[in-house]
Design a protein around this ligand. Structure first.
Ligand code: SF4
Ligand code: SF4
Length: 430
């Protein structure tokens, strides 16, 4: 007899076009709300008074630091990242100017939701959904460039390779991570051209260069829920996907958010929280900027990501990523347990300089490991300069002229980096 009563079943299209639909049981004790618990007034308040900013801009000092860490890793890895950036630059330039593309057809007035969904599925997108373009989730620096006559968001998730992801953190993991960004480029160009031919406008967010965080709109479009790892857990591949949004004025019908049970399931599961080498994931949920979530602690995550091939262990160890939501939820209903929890296959990982860590084992790092510059690089450079000035105050031998010259060089270098389009998986510039 099943251990849990089922509250409701969620039926979703199969992973690939033509696959049969799947049905996911949601246990009664996992019931919360469709989407994510939200206080709309708080979301609006924070968006207005403390607007979001892209981490590559707001935390550019640590982005530059992380880049130096990656570059010192090995010549092969440096060459790999450089090649990726070289390949992505024209795609990112197209993404940034996609809002200026003119429609090539004339709208008939018909609802084109299913035509766009069908085309996106033919192209290989595993999840496709439609919702409102929610301008609460636009970075401050990108507000001026996001058109204000595109009321809808088409949310698109492209799966990344299963086998390579299970080896994270690894070179194979980086290949599928960055390879999937690259694959998104031609697919989104074809989909954008399709929408333009229907007579409507587009503006594309991603790959790599985004107008804002995308997960809230994916959740609103019913494509999954937010996991404790800070990632979208969608039905077929959990967080093993790269996300994009096409904003448009096409005549479409919005999908609705869904309660897959994930909001509460994560509190029972906690695998990613317990396996994170940086102890960067919080076990308890907090209210943050108007939504209830497990908040990731950036300063404990980035030092790990920078040194261990983008880390991503929180993606790799998630049962929804590995098995899919249907088997995970069926197993929970039948047994009350988390599929794969406690096994080496799900929870194990290797750090190149520290060895293998199985269930219950975590690496340790000294406190210097987590030291890194914070904030914007130009501000960080000024703070460093101020500290140096204070240290050398009254010291006749200090070469203040040289210090000023160094400061100028560093500021110029940090401003120059702001205009580079691509930095590994991070988007730069405006
Ligand atoms: S990327 Fe690594 S360090 Fe960062 S939250 Fe995930 S598991 Fe933790
Ligand atoms: S590992 Fe468990 S707790 Fe973490 S996101 Fe996946 S389902 Fe949620």
């Amino acid at each position: 007899m099943a251990k849990k009563k089922v509250s409701h079943y969620v039926t979703r299209p199969g992973k690939h076009l033509g696959d049969p639909p799947i049905t996911i049981p949601v246990a009664e004790d996992l019931l919360s709300v469709p989407g994510i618990p939200t206080r709309e007034g708080d979301v609006a308040f924070f968006a207005r008074e403390d607007p979001l900013e892209n981490m590559a801009v707001a935390e550019s000092a640590s982005a530059d630091w992380a880049r130096r860490q990656r570059s010192s890793y090995s010549p092969e890895l440096r060459a790999f990242y450089e090649e990726h950036e070289h390949h992505m630059e024209p795609i990112v330039e197209w993404v940034k100017t996609s809002g200026d593309l003119k429609p090539t057809g004339t709208p008939t007035g018909e609802d084109v939701t299913e035509a766009i969904r069908q085309k996106a599925r033919e192209l290989g997108y595993g999840e496709v959904g439609f919702t409102r373009n929610d301008r609460h989730y636009v970075y401050q620096s990108r507000k001026p460039v996001l058109k204000n006559d595109l009321p809808h968001a088409i949310c698109l998730a492209l799966e990344q390779d299963f086998d390579k992801t299970q080896s994270i953190p690894s070179m194979a993991g980086e290949e599928t991570h960055f390879g999937t960004y690259f694959n998104q480029g031609p697919l989104t160009m074809e989909l954008a051209n399709f929408i333009l031919a229907l007579g409507y406008k587009v503006q594309v967010s991603g790959p790599t260069w985004h107008y804002g965080p995308m997960i809230p709109m994916f959740v609103q479009a019913g494509l999954g829920q937010l996991g404790a790892n800070g990632q979208l857990l969608s039905p077929h591949f959990g967080s093993r996907a790269r996300l994009q949004i096409i904003y448009t004025n096409a005549n479409v019908t919005h999908d609705q958010p869904v309660d897959y049970g994930i909001h509460k399931f994560c509190q029972v599961c906690q695998v990613c929280v317990q396996r994170c080498p940086g102890r960067a994931l919080m076990p308890e949920k907090v209210w943050y900027r108007g939504v209830e979530k497990n908040k990731l602690v950036f300063k404990r995550c980035r030092p790990v990501m920078a040194r261990y091939l983008g880390c991503g262990i929180c993606m790799k160890v998630c049962p929804v990523q590995k098995f899919g939501m249907q088997p995970v939820m069926e197993h929970y209903v039948e047994t009350g347990e988390i599929l794969g929890k406690g096994t080496d296959s799900l929870e194990g990982y290797t750090l190149h300089d520290k060895g293998y860590f199985g269930p219950g084992q975590l690496p340790s790092f000294d406190s210097d490991f987590f030291k890194m510059p914070r904030g914007r690089s130009e501000d960080w450079v000024l703070m460093e300069f101020r500290d140096k000035l204070m240290e050398t105050n009254g010291d006749e031998s200090a070469d203040h002229e040289q210090m000023w010259q160094d400061l100028r060089k560093k500021i110029e270098a940090s401003l120059e980096k702001r205009s580079s389009a691509v930095d590994a998986g991070m988007d730069r510039g405006v």
